[in-house]
Design a protein around this ligand. Structure first.
Ligand code: ADP
Ligand code: ASP
Ligand code: MG
Length: 409
């Protein structure tokens, strides 16, 4: 008998029919003798609908109130799925995050899970029930409802799997696994049967929304066996493995991209100690996360230019702060561009292969795509390009690195 945690995302529970189909799948696993905990998201579009509703009342609602509102989406699904299971003769019980003590910090809208009391879930499993838990939500030490950031049900599932020491955490979604890139952008993308945990972490952090980054981090920390599969068809999906180099010849495993980028530049700041700190310190104090940073070397003059990227949602706020700092520093000009995207090549095989970056730059150049910023780490190379080149850039690189063919084993 195995203990399995299954998570079903928004599209997988988008209608009453879909919920009945999920119940059938869950029941099948239970009838095979497994103990099953199910974590669900809100029905597709529901979280967005709730956010829009809030914005009709107040442009920037208080994060605490937004959490009270957004958490209702998942509460609807747990009740419906429990009913669907019971209707099919499968004993089941639904729980909100608070009821199973998913304790988080108090960072509303982006809370982190601190602890889960698994006793209640275990008692139900031992009594032969399927346990249905609301994803995305928790409760802080004061008893306030919190949510875990968009896509956070993945993290709920992995955290519950870790707390229960589950045999596997299965993430059911609307694609049948992790692909070489988002199949909606490159239809020739290929499903990976396995991807290393390290690569998955990079892909998630670089914008692949198939798994929330914190879910991958959690899986790494607690060594939770994780699999991504389709709720629409049967198949083995993609296993996130903790083995090191799984396919020796594959230099690149995938291409991630993020449309949520914006770039800010300050021209003519003094080239002296403390300037980077002054510029970025003010941004950090406003709780804005900075991604890429480029500082030019000063030429003859004693001034330099400084560019960094932030999440597009925070562009206006960051710009306001940067203008103030630029004034204080006596900088020449502040420029910004909120219409940029980041495309990244990811692969553990990159470590042992030279020339990946030049091949990347060459293929983008051939298509006339101008690279605005570059950043690298041991297993990834990212470029910032204009938004209009996203699709072309991804497809060009997918082709240039032969990703549609199965890698030689
Ligand atoms: P869910 O609602 O089930 O959580 P998401 O929309 O969050 O589903 O994640 C699934 C989506 O992730 C897919 O529909 C796909 O468009 C997108 N995606 C992005 N990158 C990848 C990738 N490398 N492999 C598979 N899917 C990806
Ligand atoms: N319903 C939440 C969202 O749309 C959480 C999730 O789907 O994982 O972001
Ligand atoms: Mg998701």
């Amino acid at each position: 008998m195995a203990l399995i945690v299954q998570k079903y995302g928004g599209t997988s529970v988008g209608t009453a029919e879909r919920i009945m189909a999920v119940a059938e799948r869950v029941k099948r696993w239970r009838d095979q003798g497994n103990q099953v905990v199910v974590v669900v998201s809100a029905m597709s579009g529901e979280t967005n609908r709730l956010i829009k509703l809030a914005q009709q009342i107040q442009q920037c609602p208080e994060p605490r109130e937004l959490d009270v509102l957004m958490s209702t989406g998942e509460q609807v699904t747990i009740a419906l799925l429990s009913m669907a299971l019971q209707a099919q003769g499968c004993p089941a019980r639904s729980y909100t995050g608070a009821q199973v003590h998913i304790l988080t910090d108090s960072a509303h809208n982006k809370a982190r899970i601190r602890d889960i009391d698994a006793a209640r879930v275990r008692a139900d499993l031992d009594a032969g029930r399927v346990v249905v838990v609301a994803g995305f939500q928790g409760i802080d030490a004061q008893g306030d409802i919190t949510t875990l950031g968009r896509g956070g049900s993945d993290t709920s599932a992995v955290a519950i799997a870790a707390a229960l020491k589950a045999d596997e955490c299965q993430i059911y979604t609307d694609v049948d696994g992790v692909y070489t890139t988002d199949p909606r952008v490159e239809p020739k993308a290929r499903r990976l049967t396995r991807v290393t945990f390290e690569e998955m972490l990079e892909m998630a952090s670089l914008g692949s929304k198939v798994l929330q980054i914190r879910a991958v981090e959690f899986a790494g920390k607690y060594k939770v066996p994780l699999r991504v599969l389709s709720s629409f068809e049967d198949g083995e999906g993609t296993l996130i493995t903790f083995e090191e180099n799984i396919v020796e010849d594959a230099q690149i495993s995938g291409i991630a991209f993020s449309r949520d980028e914006a770039k800010l530049t300050v021209l003519g700041v003094p080239d002296e100690p403390g300037v980077a700190y002054q510029i970025l310190g003010a941004i950090a104090d406003a709780n804005i996360e900075v991604d890429m940073i480029v500082q030019n070397i000063a030429a003859q003059e004693e001034t330099t230019d400084f560019t960094f990227t932030v999440h597009r949602n925070e562009y206006d706020h960051a710009m306001e702060i940067l203008k103030k700092t630029a004034n204080t520093l006596g900088a020449r000009q502040v420029l910004g561009d909120p219409k940029i995207v980041k495309i990244s090549l990811v692969g553990v095989g990159m470590r042992s292969h030279a020339g990946i970056a030049s091949r990347m730059f060459e293929s983008l150049a051939k298509e006339g795509i101008n690279i605005r910023m570059i950043s690298t780490s041991e297993i990834k190379i990212s470029v910032v390009v204009d938004e209009k080149y996203l699709e072309l850039g991804v497809r060009t690189l997918h082709d240039a690195f032969g990703l549609e063919q199965a890698a030689a084993a």
